[in-house]
Design a protein around this ligand. Structure first.
Ligand code: GLA
Length: 740
C-alpha cells in the first residue's frame, strides 16, 4: 500500500548523494579527522565515522567496520511513509526514546517536570591527544602515541541538559572506547533512568550474537545465536558482572568463523550489574546497547552535577572471532591493566584450598608449603580459614570481617609463618574476602548496619554471609585498613581477593553503582599502597571476570571448576575477550571435586598451563607416586612457556564444542616461539588421526618442531599442519616450535 501524501505522510524519495572525501581538516590527530561536523576515527584496520545531521543536530553513524578513508555513498532519506519517521530509520550515535525512534534508546532522562523526552543536538567538539581517565571508574589508558580522543558536546535546549560523548581510538588495536557524561545545567533535579555506555547501529546484515553464559563452576561458555527481529539480550542483576553472563557481546557476520569474517566486539569496563540489548528493528538495522543495568539505576542529578558512565571498548576485526579476541587481549594487557605484573611471568604456585580447605594451622600449612617447595613451586598461597579469633573461621559459617590471624591456629603469628615459608625459597600469598561479613563475627556484632539491607526485610544470607556496603566511606576505610594492616605485618607478595555472593536487598536502586565506585576506590588505594603485591581477583571462581577488575588485578581465578575437560571450554570461552595471561588455572586432585571426573596429571597440567597463573591446588601427600614424579617436570614446562602465555598471542585452533580434539596455540610477541596445545577429550577407533593446522606463522620462516628433529616452513605448518596421535580419553600434547 502506498501512503498518499494527503494523509500527512510524505512519499519516500531516496536520493543518492555523492559526498566529498574529507578535506581541509579543521582539527585532527593522525587517527581522528574532523571535517566541519563530520568525524572519522581511523585505526590500522578500522574506521568509525559519523556526522551531524544539519537539520536536526542529531549524530548520524556513517560507518563502523573495516578501514574507509572517504565518505561512502549513502542514501539520504527525504520522505518517509508510515509511522516510523526519519529519526527511526537512521543509524544514530546517541538515540533517545520519545520523538519517533521506536527502537531501544541509549538513555532515558526524567526531567524535573516528569517528561522523559530529550532532544540532544550537536554544539561543539574537542580533539585531545591520548586517552583521559574516568573519575572513579576503571578505564583504558594511553598517551598521545597510543590513543586520540574526540569529545562531542551535545545539548538539549529544552531541559538544559548536556551530554558529552567521548570516543577514543587506539589505532594499533582497532579499538574505539566510548563513554558518556551527562551534566544537569538546568535548575531542577533530573533523574537518569538509563544510560548505556555504547549504542551502535549496524547496517542491515545477517548477524549472529555471541556471548558468554554460565553459572558457578561453569563460567564463560560461548553461545552463538542469530540476531532476529525484535530485542534479544542478557543482563546481570547480581550486583556484580556475575558467572551468569559476562559484560561482553560480539556481533559477527553469520558466516564468520574463528579466522575469517567481520566481528564487532563490545566489552564494558565495569564490575557491577549490566544490561545488553540487541534489537533488529523493523527496517532491518541492528542496534546494540551495553551499559549499567537500568533495573538497578535511577540516578538523581541536581543542578550542576555530572554523571559519568563506565566505558565500553569496541573492537572490529575482519579476521573473524579470533582476530577480535587478540585485539582485546593486546589492548587489555597493555592499556587496561595497571599492575606492574600485567606482562610479567607469574610464579607457579600451590594454593591450599582444595588440599586443606578449612584444615589450616601452623603445622599443616608449614608441611604443605615445604611439599610445594620440594615439587618446584615458587609461591605458596594460604587460602580461606586463617583468621577470626572470637569467631574462628573454621568453616564458612563464621569469621568473615575479622581480619586478624587466628592465634590458636597460628600461635607464633603470621610473620613467623611467612618467614618460615620464605626460608623454604617460596613467596607467600594470602586469601581475603574483604567485601563480606558473616553475621557470626565481631564486625557484625559492632556494625550490623554496615551489611547491605533494605529496612526490615530479612537479610538473605548466601554461604552464611552478607555483603558490606562499600558505598559507605567508613566501610571503605575499614576494608583499606584491615587489608593494609595484614600486608604491613608480613612480607606477603600475593593477595587472592575473593567475593562469594551476589547483592540482594538493596535499600535503593543506586546502591549497586555507589558500591562499585566504593570498591574501585578501595582497589585504587590498596594497589597504590602495595604495588609490589600480585593481586588476583576471584568471586566464587569467575563471578567477576571483567575488565573493571583487570584494571587493578592482572589475573582472576577463572573458575572453581578445576576439572581439566570443563576447563578447556571455560578458558577458551573466557578468552573470547580476556587474555589468557589473566587466567588463574590450577591442577587439582582426581576424581575432581566438582565433576568427579578423573584425568591424567599431565592432561590437567597442560590445560592449566594455558592460563597465565599456573599452579597446583592439592595436597601433594594425596598424589600417587607416578603423579608426584611427573609434577616437577610439568612445573618446569609451565615455567618455561609462561612468558609466551603471558605476553604472546592466543589462537583457538579448534573449539571444544566442535570437536574431540580441541587445540590452542600461542605465538610469542616477537614471533620466535610457538606453543601448540592439542587435546583428545574422547578416544575413538578407526578414525584418522587429526591434523592441527597452525596459524599466524611467518610462511617463509622455518621452525623446529618439538623433539621430532624436523624443521618445517611456516607455510607447511599452516597449510598441512601437524598430525598427532593420542592414547585414550583425556590425552594431550604440548609442542614447542622455535623459529630458526
Ligand atoms: C571461593 C573461591 C575458592 C576458595 C573458596 C574459599 O569459592 O572461589 O577458590 O578460595 O572461596 O572459601
Amino acid at each position: 500500500m502506498v501512503w498518499p501524501r494527503s494523509r500527512g505522510f510524505a512519499a519516500i524519495a531516496m536520493v543518492a548523494l555523492e559526498l566529498q572525501p574529507f578535506s581541509a581538516l579543521a582539527q585532527s590527530t593522525s587517527a581522528i579527522q574532523v571535517d566541519g561536523t563530520s568525524f572519522a576515527l581511523n585505526g590500522d584496520n578500522v574506521s568509525y565515522r559519523f556526522h551531524v545531521d544539519n537539520e536536526t543536530g542529531d549524530l548520524i553513524t556513517d560507518h563502523f567496520g573495516g578501514l574507509v578513508t572517504e565518505d561512502p555513498i549513502s542514501v539520504e532519506i527525504d520522505f518517509v511513509q508510515g509511522w516510523v519517521t526519519k529519526i527511526g530509520r537512521v543509524r544514530r550515535e546517541f538515540p533517545d526514546l520519545g520523538r519517533g525512534d521506536f527502537r531501544t534508546p541509549a538513555f532515558q532522562i526524567r526531567q524535573a517536570q516528569g517528561y522523559t523526552v530529550s532532544q540532544f543536538q550537536y554544539q561543539s567538539h574537542d580533539v585531545l591527544e591520548g586517552k583521559p581517565g574516568l573519575p572513579g571508574l576503571p578505564s583504558t589508558f594511553g598517551d598521545s602515541e597510543d590513543a586520540s580522543t574526540l569529545v562531542v558536546h551535545l545539548y538539549d535546549n529544552y531541559s538544559s541538559v548536556a551530554a558529552d560523548l567521548s570516543y577514543s581510538i587506539f589505532p594499533k588495536y582497532d579499538s574505539i572506547v566510548r563513554s558518556v557524561n551527562i551534566t544537569n545545567k538546568g535548575n531542577g533535579t533530573i533523574t537518569l533512568e538509563k544510560l548505556a555506555s555504547l549504542s551502535v547501529d549496524l547496517p542491515d546484515e545477517d548477524l549472529d550474537l555471541l556471548e558468554l553464559k554460565g553459572d558457578w563452576s561453569r563460567e564463560g561458555h560461548r553461545v552463538r545465536r542469530k540476531v532476529d527481529v525484535g530485542t534479544q539480550g542478557f543482563q546481570s542483576t547480581a550486583g556484580y558482572s556475575s558467572h551468569l553472563h559476562n559484560p561482553f557481546l560480539a556481533l559477527v557476520s553469520s558466516t564468520a568463523t574463528e579466522s575469517q569474517g567481520n566481528a564487532w566486539g563490545f566489552s564494558l569496563v565495569y564490575t557491577g550489574s549490566f544490561a545488553v540489548d540487541v534489537e533488529k528493528g523493523s527496517q532491518g538495522l541492528t542496534r546494540a546497547t551495553i551499559g549499567l543495568n537500568p533495573l538497578q539505576f535511577s540516578w538523581k542529578l541536581r543542578p550542576g552535577q555530572t554523571f559519568t558512565s563506565p566505558e565500553c571498548v569496541s573492537v572490529f576485526s575482519e579476521a573473524g572471532v579470533g582476530g577480535m579476541s587478540r585485539q582485546f587481549h593486546r589492548l587489555y594487557r597493555k592499556h587496561l591493566m595497571k599492575s606492574k605484573f600485567a606482562e610479567e611471568t607469574r610464579p607457579s604456585l600451590l594454593n591450599s584450598w582444595e588440599g586443606l580447605t578449612y584444615g589450616i594451622n601452623e603445622s599443616s600449612v608449614t608441611r604443605l608449603a615445604q611439599e610445594s617447595a620440594d615439587l618446584g613451586a615458587k609461591l605458596f598461597v594460604m587460602d580461606d580459614g586463617w583468621f577470626g579469633n572470637k569467631h574462628p573461621r573454621t568453616s564458612d559459617t563464621a569469621g568473615l570481617g575479622d581480619w586478624q590471624v587466628n592465634k590458636d591456629l597460628f600461635p607464633n603469628g603470621l610473620e613467623a609463618l611467612v618467614d618460615d615459608v620464605r626460608d623454604m625459597g617460596l613467596q607467600f600469598g594470602l586469601w581475603f574476602e574483604p567485601e563480606m561479613v558473616n553475621p557470626v563475627s565481631e564486625l557484625y556484632e559492632k556494625h550490623p548496619d554496615w551489611a547491605i539491607h533494605a529496612g526490615s526485610y530479612p537479610r538473605t544470607e548466601t554461604r552464611n554471609q552478607l555483603v558490606l556496603n562499600l558505598g559507605l566511606p567508613e566501610v571503605q576505610e575499614f576494608v583499606i585498613d584491615s587489608v593494609s594492616n595484614i600486608l604491613n605485618s608480613a612480607p606477603i607478595t600475593y593477595v587472592k581477593w575473593d567475593n562469594n555472593r551476589g547483592i540482594h536487598e538493596t535499600p535503593d536502586p543506586n546502591l549497586d553503582h555507589r558500591y562499585m565506585l566504593g570498591v574501585y576506590r578501595v582497589f585504587e588505594e590498596l594497589t597504590s599502597r602495595f604495588p609490589d603485591v600480585l593481586w588476583e581477583g576471584c568471586a566464587s571462581g569467575g563471578g567477576r571476570f571483567d575488565p573493571g577488575i583487570l584494571q587493578w588485578f592482572p589475573q582472576v581465578w577463572t573458575s572453581d571448576d578445576t576439572d581439566a575437560v570443563e576447563r578447556i571450554a571455560i578458558q577458551f570461552g573466557t578468552s573470547l575477550v580476556y587474555p589468557p595471561s589473566a587466567m588463574g588455572a590450577h591442577v587439582s586432585h582426581v576424581p575432581n571435586g566438582v565433576t568427579q571426573r578423573s584425568t591424567s596429571v599431565s592432561f590437567r597440567a597442560h590445560v592449566a598451563m594455558m592460563g597465565g597463573s599456573f599452579g597446583l591446588e592439592l595436597d601433594p601427600q594425596d598424589l600417587d607416586e607416578d603423579e608426584r614424579a611427573q609434577i616437577p617436570d610439568l612445573l618446569a614446562l609451565a615455567e618455561k612457556i609462561n612468558p609466551i602465555i603471558v605476553r604472546g598471542d592466543f589462537w583457538r585452533l579448534a573449539l571444544p564444542e566442535d570437536t574431540d580434539y580441541p587445540a590452542g596455540q600461542f605465538i610469542s610477541e616477537d614471533g620466535s616461539q610457538v606453543v601448540l596445545f592439542a587435546f583428545q577429550t574422547r578416544a575413538t577407533i578407526n578414525n584418522a588421526w587429526p591434523w592441527f593446522r597452525l596459524q599466524g606463522l611467518d610462511p617463509q620462516a622455518r621452525y623446529s618442531v618439538g623433539d621430532t628433529g624436523r624443521t618445517l616452513s611456516g607455510k607447511t605448518l599452516m597449510n598441512a599442519g601437524i598430525q598427532l596421535q593420542f592414547e585414550g580419553d583425556y590425552d594431550s600434547q604440548v609442542i614447542i616450535l622455535e623459529k630458526q
